[in-house]
Design a protein around this ligand. Structure first.
Ligand SMILES: *Cc1c(COP(=O)(O)O)cnc(C)c1O
Length: 497
């Protein structure tokens, strides 16, 4: 009597202790969000191998209380993080967290159901169908991507996975016509601004590396593809006996936010029986605002479209919407029917969705819950206002940079990304300008006050200011500009004559 139960006899999921064990985590996170703007955005303390020296070589034999674990998170982990949720994080693209995204993630991970087949979790599968249809309408895609229009959507973990799946569907459609040996003749096309995932995806699905075409873009088209440039490359391939398979069009490229003309490209891909994928990973979120809808004009000519709510849509990692016009093409490339997954009691398997056949993995989280909670909590109007706030901040930054004669905006801003640099003072000092801009970026980031990243376009080293953090406000963008000016002076930028 009176002796505590042995530690390892604790129930790992115990309704009696669940709330008490979980609450300290919420308190910890709420403190983290309160203080995150005080941390250096990119840790100065982090060093390869350092965390290993701080932690034991083996896991504990007996479990620690949550508070002790959280104390180690505070002491060892937080100081060596890059703080993606800092309002001063302007690097890469935003990866939004939000209170509703967190609530949705808690529900999803708390219920921890696995909707790989309809019967494995009916409501989770059904909710996913509803939510991808909602998103399809919000983003303004044509009805052919809705389930009621013969298409449909799925929530993947990443654009990279979505792209591999669409490439596999396109490949199998072509090979069912041409025979398997034709795989060596299939060609995949992207622009020099497309995401690297297309090249990787093409390699994964067996496209010979020499059959991946990178079509150059230029400042004249705002670094977007043109129908003529694609048409020319495609026709040359056809003339040499190759088979054009797949073109990636991007709305909001990763480097500078360029937009490919979907309708014109769609006309080319239709003519050649190619698959057209529209990658709107980042800028897809902006499409919910009518003023950006022109970017998606011609989407009815696409075979698939994807965007990442986990970037700029307040949905915590991970969540990528993929829509396809013909689900049968996707599922015939990806379906598997092992006996242990067959539904014994259900008839009418054709009427339900088994999402395992829309993706690579079998097991999958209940992502629909998370996106649904975000949409419910903030509403379409709230989301539009959220996007527009960032666009306004980026506009201000673009205007302000352009007004300073030492700087130039390298390519016109389309969404909330501004690509800028210190401008050359004389003809021909190209290398010196690049070196100065590199120094500028290093100095900006070394301050810890913000984090920005770079890109190289047209052989120009440019600094990327990607606005879109859930906590970012105008004053953070203004402070960033003050910092840029301060560091520009330090690296020796002088007013142009
Ligand atoms: C971020 C991004 C990707 C990759 O998205 P993941 O979800 O990380 O795979 C692809 N394309 C574009 C345009 C992106 O901005």
């Amino acid at each position: 009597m009176g002796s505590a139960p042995p530690h390892d006899a604790l129930l790992p999921l115990d309704p009696k202790t669940f709330a008490a064990e979980s609450r300290p985590v919420i308190d910890f996170l709420s403190g983290y969000y309160r203080d995150v703007d005080k941390y250096a955005v990119r840790s100065a303390a982090a060093e390869p191998g350092r965390i290993r020296t701080l932690l034991p070589d083996t896991p504990p034999e007996h479990g620690d209380p949550v508070d002790v674990i959280l104390e180690d998170v505070r002491r060892h982990i937080v100081p060596e993080l890059t703080h993606w949720q800092s309002p001063n994080f302007f690097a890469y693209f935003p990866m939004n967290a939000s209170t509703a995204g967190f609530a949705g993630e808690m529900l999803s991970t708390g219920l921890n159901v696995v909707p790989f087949a309809w019967a494995a979790s009916p409501a989770a599968t059904e909710l996913e169908g509803v939510v991808v249809d909602w998103m399809c309408k919000l983003v303004g895609l044509p009805d052919r991507f809705l389930f009621s229009g013969g298409g449909g959507g799925v929530l993947h973990g990443s654009t990279c996975e979505a792209v591999v799946c669409t490439l596999a569907a396109a490949r199998d459609r072509a090979l069912s016509r041409l025979g398997h040996e034709a795989i060596l003749r299939l060609v995949v096309y992207a622009s020099d601004q497309s995401h690297s995932t297309f090249q990787k995806g093409a390699r994964i699905i067996g496209i010979p590396p020499s059959n991946f075409r990178v079509i150059p873009t230029s400042a004249a088209s705002g670094y977007g593809l043109t129908a003529d440039s694609v048409q020319g490359v495609v026709e040359a391939d056809v003339a040499s006996g190759l088979v054009p398979l797949y073109l990636c069009a991007t709305i909001g490229t990763t480097g500078v936010g360029a937009v490919d003309p979907v309708r014109q490209l769609g006309e080319v891909t239709r003519r050649h029986g190619m698959w057209l994928h529209v990658d709107a990973a980042y800028a897809g979120s902006a499409l919910i605002c009518p003023e950006f809808q022109d970017c998606i004009d011609g989407a009815e000519l696409a075979d698939s479209v994807s965007m990442n709510p986990h970037k700029w849509f307040l949905t915590n990692m991970d969540c990528c919407c993929l829509w396809v016009a013909s689900p049968a093409l996707l599922t015939s490339a990806l379906s598997s029917n092992p006996e242990y997954l067959n539904n014994v009691s259900e008839g009418g398997a054709d009427q339900v969705i088994d999402y395992k056949d829309w993706q690579i993995a079998l097991s999958r989280p209940f992502r629909a819950m998370k996106l649904w909670v975000v949409l419910r909590r903030y509403g379409a109007a709230g989301m539009r206002a959220y996007i527009r706030r960032h666009v306004e901040m980026a506009k201000w930054f673009e205007r302000t940079v352009s007004a300073d004669e030492r700087f130039e905006v390298v390519t016109p801003r389309r969404f909330s990304l501004v690509a800028f640099r210190l401008r050359p003072r004389h003809e021909g000092d190209h290398h010196a300008v690049d070196a100065m801009n590199r120094k500028l970026l290093v100095a900006i980031n070394a301050s810890g006050r913000v984090f920005m990243t770079h890109f190289v376009v047209d052989n120009k080293f440019v600094v990327r200011m990607a606005v879109g953090g859930a906590m970012t406000q105008m004053r953070h963008v203004q402070d960033a500009w003050e910092l840029v000016k301060e560091k520009a002076k330090e690296v020796g930028a002088l007013p142009t004559e």
